[in-house]
Design a protein around this ligand. Structure first.
Ligand code: SF4
Length: 705
């Protein structure tokens, strides 16, 4: 704890970084945070925190904060500080001018997973009601959109099945494409406690993450696959379970769709899906896949069926979703859990580890071009009718544009205006050159953010945002837990983000008159069945609630989903055929690059780089195996050039055996390292989630830049 004096007042609030959603007591002296104390009654963290959360307050009052609205005619002009009224009116008149010239669908917006549920709800409402189209998307497009699709198809809803506490009852834990120690540290500690008590661990990852071998914890099996071969591994695990008679037959018969189960079993049992047949593709020894499959299904690696069910839990991250087959892999994970009866009780389940503090909430709130709040399709006339009556508008029944579609449409001249709230797409989205060119082609880009980020360099209007300490609202974490965010200081620029969206809506002629975020949550609850029982009073009294929360659930909602039946009724198996990535190694690009995160920095680093965290990790580095380094004459700490089909960048090398030969790895926390300059525009077939995890590259030594 860093102490900056004696606190005068305090409030319980929620960390604004990762999807764990730790509760904190923010202790204040006037408008200065003096310390952030992890909240012992916070159900997600039980008094624990990581180094990101403890120092998060540092960015809130950083000198780089934007506190005045600014406008400029072109992106080559200097910024001009203006009043809020002038900035809002200018943005509204530009949006209306663009629509008059290019059509109603020529503008759209991006909601923020950093903002509250109430703010996200308001942005999608603005776009649907005031813009008159469904051109709304969110950062989940580039992270967990395949989770939405895959779990929706198999289970019927787009969310993790468990509460974090559930891991305390797990016997076997499978971690796929996630690095909880770095990205979800407080949950990682809870998982490690369970592993120290004797639970078994299987890790599926191209890289040797900390969990594979750390003090007091090690994986029984590390399936160190080649990047891009997840689906081959999950299907071969299923092959073993089906062909060795390890299925939970009575669970499947009772809980799952019969026809889909039959077809799936026939498919995975084919010889071409065996671990032996897949070994050349995945690089994982077949005997390890066989043992890992037995361990997950039975709790022992001989595959001896136990007398009572073994609890197998799967936790996964962006190493699953950010692939051309991201959605297929999510469905493969769901298949595996259903096949072994591992859904619907404590200790089991399918658990996406959400990256951002409120990415679950942003998805819940209707941030997708095809879905209204509560994951209901925009083409459903009954659902649409409910919102039309409440909002007093006629809604467009056609799904709108996703972020990559907006960017492509900008290049062809049909999408000319963007409202981007709390999202730095230039740094976070793939193929930076394309993103920049598309933004530069637009006639009006409105950025609402707390810092002048990379995307703001293409903006015509800059509206200052507010940090999590400057507003009221709620965040929803990766376990569907809705917790309060409480204002402990006034917004530096005068308004919280929900108030800015409201002003813009009013200027566009669609009236919004909320006086507090509580009223927005009341509207969400009235229109969204899964939120019907969510109230500020209940959260204030009990600390948090988990959706679904309504008349048919417990008072505080639903810790474990799909207990008696799946949300869609019967669980549905989907055939998951492995298709090789388009990103293939060649003589010119002989290595595969994959990306990830480190503990002390957060995402694009806009916040953590402005806190004490920067002292622990102040640059991105390229991890390279000693064999590959030696072949190229690269030593630890050398500068190296990395080139791909999309672009080039320069980083310093870290020579390490954490990464396998033929694969290199980096993080993307610093704009100057330009990790996304080299990632390509290849994406998931169902959702357009970018394939960040597989890029063919060459690495060569270069002189210090
Ligand atoms: Fe908790 Fe995540 Fe914040 Fe760390 S970054 S304190 S794990 S919510």
């Amino acid at each position: 704890v860093i102490e900056l004096g004696q606190p005068e007042h305090s409030a319980i609030t929620t960390c604004a970084y990762c999807g764990v959603g730790c509760g904190f007591k923010a202790e204040m002296k006037g408008n200065q945070v003096v310390r952030m104390v992890p909240w012992k009654d916070g159900k997600a963290n039980e008094g624990h925190s990581c180094i990101k959360g403890r120092f998060a307050w540092g960015y809130a009052t950083h000198k780089d904060r934007i506190t005045k609205p600014m406008i400029r005619k072109t992106i080559h002009d200097a910024w001009r500080e203006v009043s809020w009224e002038e900035a809002i009116n200018y943005a509204a008149s530009e949006f209306r001018r663009i629509q008059a010239r290019h059509g109603k669908d020529s503008i759209g917006g991006i909601t923020s997973s950093r903002c509250t549920n109430e703010e996200t709800y308001l942005v999608q409402k603005l776009i649907r009601a005031a813009f008159g189209n469904n051109n709304v998307d969110t950062c989940a497009r580039v992270c967990h959109s395949p989770t939405g699709y895959g779990l929706g198809q198999t289970f019927g809803t787009s969310a993790g099945t468990q509460t974090f506490k559930s891991v305390e009852k797990s016997d076997v834990i499978m971690v796929i494409g996630a690095n909880p120690t770095e990205a979800h540290p407080v949950f990682a500690s809870r998982m490690k406690r369970r592993l120290r008590q004797g639970a078994k661990l299987i890790v599926i990852d191209p890289r040797q993450i900390d969990l594979v071998k750390s003090p007091h914890v090690s994986a029984s099996y590390h399936l160190q696959l080649k990047p891009g071969t997840n689906v081959a591994v999950i299907t071969s695990l299923a092959h073993v379970i089906v062909t060795e008679g390890l299925l939970a037959d009575s669970y499947i018969a009772e809980r799952c769709d019969d026809k889909s189960a039959r077809e799936w079993k026939e498919f995975v049992a084919r010889p071409e899906n065996s671990p032996e047949a897949m070994e050349a593709v995945t690089g994982v020894p077949a005997h390890m896949v066989r043992s890992a499959a037995r361990l997950y299904a039975t709790g022992n690696d001989q595959g001896v069926k136990p007398a009572k069910p073994v609890n197998g839990a799967i936790y996964y991250g962006l190493g699953v979703t950010e692939h051309a087959q991201g959605s297929t892999m999510v469905m493969g994970i769901a298949n595996l859990a259903m096949a072994t009866g591992n859904v619907g009780r404590e200790g089991v389940g399918v658990n996406p580890l959400r990256g951002q503090n409120n990415v679950q909430g942003a998805c819940d709130m209707g941030s997708f071009p095809h879905e209204l709040p509560g994951y209901r399709h925009i083409s459903d006339s009954t659902v649409r009718g409910t919102f039309e009556s409440a909002w007093n508008v006629e809604l467009n029944p056609e799904p709108g544009l996703r972020i990559p579609n907006m960017l492509d449409a900008a290049m062809s001249g049909s999408f000319m205006g963007l409202y981007c709230e709390g999202e730095d797409i230039v740094q976070s989205d793939p193929d930076t050159q394309h993103v920049g060119a598309a933004l530069a082609a637009m006639e009006c880009v409105v950025v609402q953010d707390i810092f002048l980020n990379e995307t703001a360099k293409y903006a015509h209007v800059l509206l200052p945002g507010a940090s999590f300490l400057e507003k009221d609202g709620t965040f929803t974490n990766a376990e569907r837990r809705i917790s309060r965010v409480r204002k402990v200081m006034p917004p530096l620029a005068g308004y919280a983000d929900w108030e800015v969206t409201q002003m813009l809506s009013n200027a566009l002629g669609y009236p919004m008159n909320y006086s507090h975020p509580r009223e927005i949550m009341e509207e969400i609850a009235a229109l969204t069945p899964t939120f019907k029982g969510v109230t500020y009073e209940k959260i204030d009294e009990f600390g948090s609630v988990q959706w679904p929360c309504n008349d048919s659930t417990e008072l505080l909602g639903t810790p474990i989903m799909h207990i008696d039946k799946f949300v869609r009724g019967k669980g549905r198996f989907i055939i998951t055929k492995y298709v090789a990535s388009d990103e293939k190694v060649t003589q010119r690009f002989p290595l595969l690059l994959t990306t990830g995160r480190i503990l002390s920095q957060y995402n694009v680093g806009a916040q953590t780089r402005r806190t004490a965290n920067n002292q622990w990790h102040s640059e991105d580095r390229l991890e390279i195996h000693p064999h590959d380094a030696q072949d190229r004459g690269i030593k630890d700490g050398d500068w190296v050039g990395i080139s791909s089909r999309a672009g080039d960048t320069v980083l310093r090398a870290e020579v390490t055996e954490r990464i396998q030969p033929g694969v290199v790895y980096t993080t993307f926390h610093f704009p100057e390292s330009g990790a996304n300059v080299i990632t390509t525009d290849s994406s998931d077939w169902a959702t357009n989630c970018p394939e960040y995890k597989v890029t063919a590259v060459q690495v060569m030594p270069v002189a210090k830049p």
